[in-house]
Design a protein around this ligand. Structure first.
Ligand code: NAD
Ligand code: TYD
Length: 350
């Protein structure tokens, strides 16, 4: 049986990837390594936690000895690396956490994989999940391609750019079987309500102000999280060693337009008068170094691997809103901090 290590599997995207792999590949042993920071929530994986091919390991990718021992013990065949500090606003407040996890943590994994796969690495994979934010900011025209030079502006994107460079350098220098994908903004179930969409859903639900940064004119390219997970599955199995693939939704929205759309759906779902929640919009001071526009050219992964998004935005956005509204307890547990007790309760006797 192949042993696949997925890092950051208790987070937003990681939980979708773990679920997909555990349910689709009974012939793989899936190991989910996660530190369970504020962003890691094992409630995201309640439905699959008892599957025989799934193992959760609590641990920190920054801890070199722990990572080396883990690889020596399990001899993983593949790594899908999603663990990261992922929120731009937090990176402005405390950049060092991002340097530690996103850079040092990635190098720890690279080193451990390199030594574990010293003799036979033909059928091995080290797959690093990254972001379009490494490319910087676009003007009104054009899209990021795999050739766009890196130009990160936040400590988050700079730390991800650094880890991408290191993954590439380990391929070039040590002939490691590395692959990188850079994806646009994801949305969907289980996203921590500090990011725009779940934060605003929670605030509309609770009649709290919606803090729009600057004039709300920044543009993001939104992709439904399950389409990202499917792309990760495809790239892990069919992507070429040493390659980079961009993944995106071809679905650009100005923040303020997206927020108006969200309010319309939420007011309807909550039985409020049309436009009732518009008054919650509150323009606040802009984010420092706020990138104006992200947009991905995903033609390479479409052409070479046949991937394309399957969920249209109108459908995915409604699904997302309905999911948060029918999982209010999840939202309450996350916002109250109760979800952090789940690990102690669930794993106390293991
Ligand atoms: P997230 O913040 O929801 O989850 C991150 C997970 O990593 C959490 O479970 C957390 O506990 C874990 N983690 C953090 N530090 C760790 C450490 N030191 N050791 C072990 N585990 C640790 O993030 P996400 O939005 O799911 O993003 C996952 C990955 O995808 C990240 O690498 C991110 O850069 C990338 N990405 C995210 C988006 C997006 O829109 N969210 C888009 C493109 C790429
Ligand atoms: P976010 O979800 O943090 O993703 P990223 O910054 O990684 O793209 O933010 C998406 C957009 O929404 C971004 O332009 C910043 C903006 N934003 C707000 O206007 N208000 C908020 O409270 C948040 C969290 C984000």
């Amino acid at each position: 049986m192949k042993k696949i290590l997925i890092t950051g599997g208790a987070g937003f995207i990681g939980s979708h990837v773990v679920r997909l792999f555990v349910t689709k590949y009974s012939q793989y042993c899936i190991f989910n390594l996660d530190k369970l920071t504020y962003a890691g929530n094992l409630e995201n994986l309640k439905d699959i936690e008892t599957y025989p091919n799934y193992t959760f390991i609590k641990g920190d990718i920054v801890d070199t000895d722990f990572i080396n021992n883990l690889f020596a013990q399990y001899q993983f065949d593949g790594v899908i690396h999603l663990a990261a500090e992922s929120h731009v606003d937090r990176s402005i407040i405390s950049p060092l956490d991002f340097i530690q996890t996103n850079i040092i943590g990635t190098v720890n994994l690279l080193n451990a994989a390199r030594f574990t796969w010293e003799t036979n690495r033909e059928d091995k994979r080290f797959y690093h999940i990254s972001t379009d934010e490494v490319y910087g900011s676009l003007g009104d025209e054009g899209c990021f391609t795999e050739q766009t030079p890196y130009n990160p502006h936040s400590p988050y994107s700079a730390s991800k750019a650094s880890s991408d460079h290191l993954v590439r350098a380990y391929h070039d220098t040590f002939d490691m079987p590395n692959i990188i994908t850079n994806c646009s903004n994801n949305y969907g179930p289980y996203q921590f309500p500090e990011k725009l969409i779940p934060l605003f859903i929670n605030n509309i639900l609770n009649n709290k102000p919606l803090p729009v940064y600057g004039k709300g004119l920044n543009v993001r390219d939104w992709l439904y999280v399950e389409d990202h997970a499917k792309a990760i599955d495809l790239v892990f199995h069919q992507g070429k060693k040493g390659e980079t693939y961009n993944i995106g939704g071809n679905n650009e929205w100005k923040n303020i337009d997206l927020i108006h759309n969200l309010i319309e759906i939420m007011d309807e779902e909550l039985g409020r008068n049309k436009g009732a929640s518009l008054s919650l919009i509150t323009y606040v001071k802009d984010r420092a170094g706020h990138d104006l526009r992200y947009a991905i050219d995903a033609s390479k992964i479409k052409r070479e691997l046949g991937w394309q998004p399957s969920i249209q935005f109108t459908e995915g956005f409604k699904l997302t809103v309905k999911w948060y509204l029918s999982n209010e307890q999840w939202l309450k547990n996350v916002t109250s901090g109760n979800y952090q007790k789940y690990y102690e309760t669930m794993y106390a006797n293991r």
